[in-house]
Write a new protein. Sequence first.
Length: 81
Amino acid sequence: MWDAVTAKQLCTLVMFHDRTWAVFDDAMRYDAANDGRIEQLYFMRGNTRIALDQFRNEFYDPGLLAKYLGQNRQPLKAVPK
């Protein structure tokens, strides 16, 4: 998803074969089906795979896509730098 005025990428939506989905942004915020628990989706640090649950408190932002679409007026979650 891109901002039409600035041409900046806002977030990415990924759909999986099993009809689950995930959305994430450049700040590493994410939302996903199944209350944010998608077994096929990981954070990567080099070649190391890290389960999303390990960073849930820092980066899980329910309603992330709706926030970018303007359908959820809550602010984006503040994330560590």
